[in-house]
Ligand binder design. Structure first.
Ligand code: RFL
Ligand code: PHB
Length: 394
């Protein structure tokens, strides 16, 4: 088999890249380890920045997102028992974010790919990347016990944190930066109306909580929990009880509870790989970097990697220039480090760290008091949350 771009991973990065390349007339094959249903069953991100919305439109798959997504112009921060609203729209001169689940975005991309008859191999095992330091890279894999080989011009490593592409880069050529946080997020999805029409980020003495949503009838809540907690130990009732304790009186009164449709614990990590290009192989999305979810940046950073990578590959074929490819890693990393910085900062502002004493809780309160009562402070949160402009600092 031969294709122009072999894409490893059918998460949002791989699917979006496939769609953007297809629009430009470039062939790609996607190899995915799991089934499509498994990929759709992973409940993850919920907030899209404008750049991500624009890319879905550019890929021609934005119709349902615009119909069903909820535009949010602000969010609330609750600390010391009081709520403060960050008016993102006003503070950023009219920018918003959109509530639209990663599951839905993935489904739209999968449907478009299937409708266009583009090749995705699900349940591909033993995927291995070869010769990406030459002009003729190859990818091998197995499907239903049979071995296959793809010859290609480029390999796109869109295979997430545990993927094969980063792991195949020569150790001497790669630097990894990592911070693992001493807690996780316990998430619960339920078909209940959200407690509030906007998101609420909570700094409470019992730990962080987040009230998010997927629609007017579906809620997504998170609680900071110790890494030693096991999901089987958390009944729905225990979750709701703990959430109530972290909310304010208004939240406790308005909270509508119901059976969970999904419940899971995710560890929190900051992780960056440098560089993101190894010859003819590129890393994009979670394959190259992970953020703690507090800043809602993971999927959005993945989308901008894909924007830069698709432009670089399209330029290579259409304009016969390697400038975009040569520039890919540096350009992405500039943006990634800013998203990483914001996510780390917002995480340490909002969570209780086990080794921090009472003084750090006081520092957090003072910082929140400052930020939320200062227009400059609030604007800094708002402009990072909606996403910095693509050409920021260029
Ligand atoms: P994914 O989604 O992990 O997809 C990678 C795909 O590659 C496949 N794969 C392989 N395929 C073939 N061969 C192999 N050897 C393979 N190894 C792996 C995997 O099966 C998978 O299908 O990476 P991608 O596409 O880069 O997308 C990244 C996003 O999923 C991620 O950044 C976000 O979900 C992060 N995130 C959030 N991001 C936001 O922008 N806004 C949010 O509100 C937000 N909330 C979140 C989040 C992540 C969370 N968790 C669980 C980590 C909330 C949570 C709780
Ligand atoms: C979500 O809805 O899953 C979500 C929203 C905002 C975040 C993280 C996760 O910061």
């Amino acid at each position: 088999m031969r294709t122009q771009v072999a894409i490893i991973g059918a998460g949002p990065s791989g699917l979006l890249l496939g769609q953007l390349l297809h629009k430009a007339g470039i062939d790609a094959i996607i190899l995915e380890r799991q089934t499509g249903d498994y990929v759709l069953g992973r409940i993850r991100a919920g907030i899209l920045e404008q750049v991500c919305i624009d890319l879905m439109d550019e890929a021609g798959v934005g119709e349902r997102m615009h119909k069903e997504g909820l535009v949010h112009g602000g969010f609330e921060m609750l600390y010391n028992g009081k709520r403060h609203r960050i008016d993102m729209n006003k503070l950023t001169g009219g920018k918003n974010v959109m509530v639209y689940g990663q599951t839905e975005l993935t489904r739209d991309l999968m449907d478009a790919r299937a409708a266009a008859g583009l090749p995705t191999v699900y349940e591909a095992t033993h995927v291995a990347v070869h010769d990406f330091d030459t002009a003729k890279p190859r990818v091998t894999y197995e499907k239903d016990g049979q071995k296959f080989e793809i010859e290609c011009d480029f390999i796109a490593g869109c295979d997430g944190f545990h993927g094969v592409c980063r792991a195949s880069a020569p150790r001497s050529a790669i630097t990894e930066f990592e911070k693992v946080y001493p807690f996780g997020w316990l998430g619960l999805l339920s078909d209940t109306p959200p407690v509030h029409d906007e998101l609420i980020y909570v700094n409470s003495p019992r730990g962080f909580a987040l009230c998010s949503q997927r629609s007017k009838t579906r809620s997504r809540y998170y609680l900071q929990v110790p890494l030693t907690d096991r999901i089987e130990e958390w009944t729905d009732e225990a979750f709701w009880q703990e959430l109530r304790l972290r909310l304010d009186d208004e939240g406790r009164e308005k909270l509508i509870t119901g059976p969970s449709i999904e419940k899971s614990i995710a560890p929190l990590r900051s992780f960056i790989t440098e560089p993101l290009r190894f010859g003819r192989m590129f890393l994009a999305g979670d394959a190259g970097h992970i953020v703690p979810p507090t800043g809602a940046k993971g999927l959005n950073l993945a989308a901008t990697d894909v924007k830069y990578l698709s432009s670089a590959i399209i330029e290579f074929y259409q304009d016969k220039t390697e400038a975009g490819i040569d520039n890919y890693s540096e350009r992405c990393l500039k943006r990634i480090w800013k998203g990483e910085r914001f996510s780390w900062w917002f995480t340490q502002l909002m969570h209780r760290f086990p080794d921090d004493g009472a003084i750090v809780a006081k520092f957090q309160q003072a910082e929140l008091d400052y930020l939320l009562n200062s227009e400059a402070g609030s604007r800094s949160i708002a402009e990072n949350y909606v996403g910095l402009p693509l050409n920021f600092g260029e």
